[in-house]
Design a protein around this ligand. Structure first.
Ligand code: PMP
Length: 284
Protein backbone atom coordinates (compact mmCIF):
# COMPACT_ATOMS: atom_id res chain seq x y z
CA UNK A 1 0.00 0.00 0.00
CA UNK A 2 1.30 3.42 -0.95
CA UNK A 3 1.99 5.71 1.99
CA UNK A 4 0.80 9.25 2.32
CA UNK A 5 3.77 11.53 2.90
CA UNK A 6 4.10 15.24 3.64
CA UNK A 7 6.15 17.52 1.36
CA UNK A 8 6.26 21.30 1.65
CA UNK A 9 2.70 21.78 2.89
CA UNK A 10 1.04 18.97 0.95
CA UNK A 11 -0.07 15.46 1.83
CA UNK A 12 0.65 13.26 -1.21
CA UNK A 13 0.92 9.60 -2.21
CA UNK A 14 4.62 8.72 -1.92
CA UNK A 15 4.96 8.22 -5.71
CA UNK A 16 3.94 11.82 -6.32
CA UNK A 17 6.19 13.46 -3.73
CA UNK A 18 9.09 15.37 -5.29
CA UNK A 19 12.05 17.45 -4.18
CA UNK A 20 14.28 19.54 -6.47
CA UNK A 21 17.66 18.19 -7.67
CA UNK A 22 19.01 21.57 -6.49
CA UNK A 23 17.91 20.92 -2.94
CA UNK A 24 20.83 21.62 -0.60
CA UNK A 25 19.96 18.54 1.40
CA UNK A 26 20.77 16.50 -1.71
CA UNK A 27 23.82 18.53 -2.80
CA UNK A 28 25.43 19.49 0.55
CA UNK A 29 23.72 17.35 3.24
CA UNK A 30 22.56 20.80 4.34
CA UNK A 31 19.65 19.61 6.41
CA UNK A 32 18.58 18.21 9.75
CA UNK A 33 16.25 15.42 10.77
CA UNK A 34 14.38 13.76 13.64
CA UNK A 35 12.93 10.31 14.11
CA UNK A 36 10.06 9.91 16.56
CA UNK A 37 8.75 6.50 17.51
CA UNK A 38 5.08 5.53 17.57
CA UNK A 39 3.55 2.93 19.86
CA UNK A 40 -0.15 2.29 20.00
CA UNK A 41 -0.60 5.09 17.45
CA UNK A 42 0.99 7.63 19.81
CA UNK A 43 4.20 9.64 19.56
CA UNK A 44 6.88 9.10 22.19
CA UNK A 45 8.61 12.20 23.55
CA UNK A 46 7.48 14.48 20.71
CA UNK A 47 8.36 17.59 22.72
CA UNK A 48 11.96 16.39 23.15
CA UNK A 49 12.37 15.82 19.42
CA UNK A 50 10.79 19.20 18.58
CA UNK A 51 13.16 20.94 20.98
CA UNK A 52 16.26 19.25 19.55
CA UNK A 53 15.06 20.04 16.01
CA UNK A 54 14.81 23.73 16.92
CA UNK A 55 18.36 23.64 18.27
CA UNK A 56 19.78 21.85 15.20
CA UNK A 57 18.09 24.42 12.93
CA UNK A 58 19.36 27.32 14.99
CA UNK A 59 22.96 26.01 14.95
CA UNK A 60 22.77 26.00 11.14
CA UNK A 61 21.01 29.40 10.96
CA UNK A 62 18.04 27.76 9.30
CA UNK A 63 14.41 28.72 9.80
CA UNK A 64 11.68 26.22 10.48
CA UNK A 65 8.90 26.33 7.89
CA UNK A 66 6.38 25.18 10.55
CA UNK A 67 5.57 25.89 14.18
CA UNK A 68 5.84 23.15 16.81
CA UNK A 69 2.04 22.84 16.90
CA UNK A 70 1.87 22.47 13.12
CA UNK A 71 4.64 19.88 13.27
CA UNK A 72 2.72 17.87 15.85
CA UNK A 73 -0.44 18.07 13.74
CA UNK A 74 1.45 16.77 10.67
CA UNK A 75 2.98 13.91 12.68
CA UNK A 76 -0.44 12.95 13.99
CA UNK A 77 -2.12 13.17 10.60
CA UNK A 78 0.51 10.92 8.99
CA UNK A 79 0.26 8.37 11.82
CA UNK A 80 -3.50 8.41 11.41
CA UNK A 81 -3.84 8.23 7.59
CA UNK A 82 -1.11 5.59 7.33
CA UNK A 83 -2.65 3.63 10.23
CA UNK A 84 0.63 3.35 12.11
CA UNK A 85 0.26 1.35 15.29
CA UNK A 86 3.98 0.73 15.88
CA UNK A 87 6.56 2.52 13.80
CA UNK A 88 8.45 5.72 13.17
CA UNK A 89 7.87 9.20 11.82
CA UNK A 90 10.87 10.58 9.91
CA UNK A 91 11.14 14.35 9.53
CA UNK A 92 13.70 16.24 7.47
CA UNK A 93 14.17 19.96 6.96
CA UNK A 94 16.77 21.25 4.53
CA UNK A 95 17.87 24.74 3.58
CA UNK A 96 15.90 24.34 0.36
CA UNK A 97 16.65 24.51 -3.37
CA UNK A 98 19.07 27.12 -4.70
CA UNK A 99 21.70 27.41 -7.41
CA UNK A 100 24.74 25.45 -6.21
CA UNK A 101 27.02 27.61 -4.09
CA UNK A 102 28.86 26.88 -0.82
CA UNK A 103 27.54 30.07 0.79
CA UNK A 104 24.06 29.80 2.28
CA UNK A 105 21.49 31.23 -0.15
CA UNK A 106 19.35 34.17 0.97
CA UNK A 107 15.53 34.02 1.17
CA UNK A 108 15.31 30.39 0.06
CA UNK A 109 12.30 28.51 1.38
CA UNK A 110 13.31 25.45 3.46
CA UNK A 111 12.22 22.02 2.26
CA UNK A 112 10.24 19.93 4.75
CA UNK A 113 9.51 16.25 4.28
CA UNK A 114 7.87 13.77 6.62
CA UNK A 115 7.05 10.11 6.13
CA UNK A 116 6.11 7.16 8.29
CA UNK A 117 7.64 3.69 8.55
CA UNK A 118 5.50 0.89 9.94
CA UNK A 119 7.54 -1.30 12.30
CA UNK A 120 5.31 -3.96 13.78
CA UNK A 121 7.04 -5.48 16.80
CA UNK A 122 8.96 -2.30 17.64
CA UNK A 123 7.95 -2.61 21.28
CA UNK A 124 8.41 -6.36 21.68
CA UNK A 125 11.52 -6.40 19.52
CA UNK A 126 12.98 -9.94 19.75
CA UNK A 127 16.50 -8.43 19.56
CA UNK A 128 15.96 -7.12 23.10
CA UNK A 129 15.95 -10.63 24.55
CA UNK A 130 19.00 -11.72 22.54
CA UNK A 131 21.08 -8.54 22.72
CA UNK A 132 23.36 -6.93 20.14
CA UNK A 133 26.93 -7.72 19.16
CA UNK A 134 29.00 -4.63 18.53
CA UNK A 135 32.43 -4.01 17.07
CA UNK A 136 34.57 -0.95 17.70
CA UNK A 137 35.81 1.29 14.92
CA UNK A 138 37.51 4.67 14.77
CA UNK A 139 35.15 7.65 14.96
CA UNK A 140 35.84 9.50 11.71
CA UNK A 141 32.81 11.81 11.74
CA UNK A 142 32.92 15.60 11.78
CA UNK A 143 33.17 17.39 15.13
CA UNK A 144 29.62 18.79 15.42
CA UNK A 145 27.80 15.55 16.24
CA UNK A 146 25.45 17.48 18.52
CA UNK A 147 23.70 18.80 15.38
CA UNK A 148 21.42 16.14 13.94
CA UNK A 149 22.36 16.59 10.28
CA UNK A 150 21.52 14.23 7.43
CA UNK A 151 25.20 13.53 6.69
CA UNK A 152 25.04 9.90 7.74
CA UNK A 153 27.57 8.26 5.44
CA UNK A 154 30.15 7.38 8.10
CA UNK A 155 27.51 5.84 10.40
CA UNK A 156 26.30 3.91 7.37
CA UNK A 157 29.85 2.69 6.66
CA UNK A 158 30.15 1.70 10.32
CA UNK A 159 26.95 -0.33 10.14
CA UNK A 160 28.29 -2.11 7.03
CA UNK A 161 31.64 -2.84 8.75
CA UNK A 162 29.65 -4.38 11.63
CA UNK A 163 27.58 -6.50 9.25
CA UNK A 164 30.70 -7.73 7.44
CA UNK A 165 32.18 -8.72 10.81
CA UNK A 166 29.01 -10.68 11.67
CA UNK A 167 27.96 -8.10 14.27
CA UNK A 168 24.91 -5.83 14.60
CA UNK A 169 26.43 -2.41 15.11
CA UNK A 170 29.60 -0.44 15.72
CA UNK A 171 30.72 1.70 18.65
CA UNK A 172 32.83 4.65 17.60
CA UNK A 173 36.13 5.35 19.34
CA UNK A 174 37.98 8.67 19.45
CA UNK A 175 41.21 9.33 21.37
CA UNK A 176 40.84 5.92 22.98
CA UNK A 177 37.30 6.56 24.29
CA UNK A 178 33.88 5.52 23.04
CA UNK A 179 31.84 8.44 21.75
CA UNK A 180 28.58 6.63 20.84
CA UNK A 181 27.11 4.00 18.52
CA UNK A 182 26.55 4.60 14.81
CA UNK A 183 22.97 5.71 15.49
CA UNK A 184 22.58 5.44 19.24
CA UNK A 185 24.12 6.42 22.57
CA UNK A 186 26.38 3.89 24.32
CA UNK A 187 26.41 2.78 27.98
CA UNK A 188 28.21 0.28 30.18
CA UNK A 189 27.24 -0.99 33.62
CA UNK A 190 29.82 -1.85 36.28
CA UNK A 191 29.00 -2.73 39.88
CA UNK A 192 25.44 -1.48 39.33
CA UNK A 193 26.70 1.93 38.10
CA UNK A 194 25.52 3.18 34.69
CA UNK A 195 28.35 4.86 32.80
CA UNK A 196 27.84 6.94 29.64
CA UNK A 197 29.76 9.74 27.96
CA UNK A 198 28.81 13.25 29.09
CA UNK A 199 27.07 15.65 26.68
CA UNK A 200 29.28 17.76 24.40
CA UNK A 201 29.60 18.36 20.67
CA UNK A 202 31.29 14.90 20.49
CA UNK A 203 27.91 13.11 20.60
CA UNK A 204 24.30 13.52 19.65
CA UNK A 205 22.23 14.56 22.64
CA UNK A 206 19.88 11.60 22.51
CA UNK A 207 16.27 12.23 23.44
CA UNK A 208 16.07 8.63 24.67
CA UNK A 209 19.32 9.14 26.61
CA UNK A 210 17.85 12.13 28.47
CA UNK A 211 14.69 10.19 29.37
CA UNK A 212 16.51 6.98 30.37
CA UNK A 213 18.99 8.83 32.62
CA UNK A 214 16.11 10.71 34.25
CA UNK A 215 14.19 7.46 34.89
CA UNK A 216 17.36 5.72 36.14
CA UNK A 217 18.00 8.50 38.67
CA UNK A 218 14.34 8.42 39.76
CA UNK A 219 14.74 4.66 40.35
CA UNK A 220 17.78 5.45 42.61
CA UNK A 221 20.26 3.99 40.13
CA UNK A 222 23.73 5.55 40.08
CA UNK A 223 24.66 7.32 36.83
CA UNK A 224 28.19 8.43 36.00
CA UNK A 225 28.56 10.66 32.93
CA UNK A 226 32.15 10.29 31.71
CA UNK A 227 34.09 8.79 28.79
CA UNK A 228 35.06 5.11 28.92
CA UNK A 229 37.46 3.02 26.85
CA UNK A 230 36.69 -0.13 24.87
CA UNK A 231 38.95 -2.03 27.31
CA UNK A 232 36.82 -0.82 30.23
CA UNK A 233 33.67 -1.70 28.30
CA UNK A 234 34.90 -5.27 27.71
CA UNK A 235 35.37 -5.65 31.49
CA UNK A 236 31.86 -4.29 32.20
CA UNK A 237 29.08 -6.40 33.72
CA UNK A 238 26.75 -5.35 30.91
CA UNK A 239 26.23 -2.75 28.21
CA UNK A 240 23.39 -1.24 26.23
CA UNK A 241 22.45 1.42 23.70
CA UNK A 242 19.55 3.85 23.50
CA UNK A 243 17.79 5.49 20.56
CA UNK A 244 14.28 6.53 19.61
CA UNK A 245 13.85 3.44 17.43
CA UNK A 246 15.46 0.81 19.71
CA UNK A 247 14.56 2.35 23.11
CA UNK A 248 16.97 0.52 25.45
CA UNK A 249 18.72 -2.36 23.70
CA UNK A 250 21.18 -4.67 25.50
CA UNK A 251 24.68 -5.21 24.08
CA UNK A 252 26.08 -8.68 24.80
CA UNK A 253 29.51 -8.59 23.17
CA UNK A 254 32.13 -6.05 22.10
CA UNK A 255 34.71 -7.07 19.47
CA UNK A 256 33.68 -10.69 20.10
CA UNK A 257 34.35 -10.44 23.86
CA UNK A 258 31.18 -11.52 25.67
CA UNK A 259 30.03 -9.25 28.50
CA UNK A 260 29.15 -10.94 31.78
CA UNK A 261 27.45 -14.22 30.98
CA UNK A 262 26.85 -13.16 27.36
CA UNK A 263 23.12 -12.55 27.86
CA UNK A 264 21.23 -9.24 28.21
CA UNK A 265 21.91 -7.79 31.65
CA UNK A 266 19.37 -6.97 34.37
CA UNK A 267 19.98 -3.21 34.34
CA UNK A 268 19.37 -2.93 30.58
CA UNK A 269 16.27 -5.12 30.82
CA UNK A 270 14.87 -3.08 33.70
CA UNK A 271 15.62 0.25 32.03
CA UNK A 272 13.91 -0.91 28.83
CA UNK A 273 10.81 -1.77 30.82
CA UNK A 274 10.83 1.49 32.79
CA UNK A 275 11.48 3.55 29.64
CA UNK A 276 8.58 1.98 27.75
CA UNK A 277 6.17 2.20 30.70
CA UNK A 278 7.01 5.80 31.54
CA UNK A 279 7.22 7.09 27.96
CA UNK A 280 3.88 5.58 27.08
CA UNK A 281 2.27 7.49 29.96
CA UNK A 282 3.18 10.78 28.27
CA UNK A 283 2.86 9.65 24.61
CA UNK A 284 0.58 11.90 22.54
N1 PMP B 1 23.60 9.12 18.51
C1 PMP B 1 23.49 9.13 17.17
C2 PMP B 1 24.72 9.33 16.36
C3 PMP B 1 22.23 8.94 16.55
O1 PMP B 1 22.13 8.95 15.21
C4 PMP B 1 21.10 8.72 17.37
C5 PMP B 1 19.74 8.46 16.76
N2 PMP B 1 19.35 9.37 15.83
C6 PMP B 1 21.25 8.73 18.76
C7 PMP B 1 22.52 8.94 19.29
C8 PMP B 1 20.08 8.52 19.68
O2 PMP B 1 19.28 9.66 19.73
P1 PMP B 1 17.71 9.55 20.05
O3 PMP B 1 17.62 8.85 21.37
O4 PMP B 1 17.27 10.95 20.13
O5 PMP B 1 17.11 8.76 18.94
Amino acid sequence: MSRTVFVNGEYLPEEEAKVSIFDRGFLFADGVYEVTSVIGGKLLDFAGHAKRLARSLSELEMDSPVTEDELLAIHRELVSVNEIDEGLVYLQITRGAADRDFAYPKDTAPTIVLFTQAKPGLRDNPAASVGLKVISIEDQRWARRDIKTVQLLYPSMGKMAAKKAGADDAWLVEDGHVTEGTSNNAYIVKGGKIITRELSSDILHGITRAAVLRFAKEAQMVVEERPFTIEEAKQADEAFITSASTFVMPVVSIDETPLGDGAPGPVARRLREIYLDESLKTAI
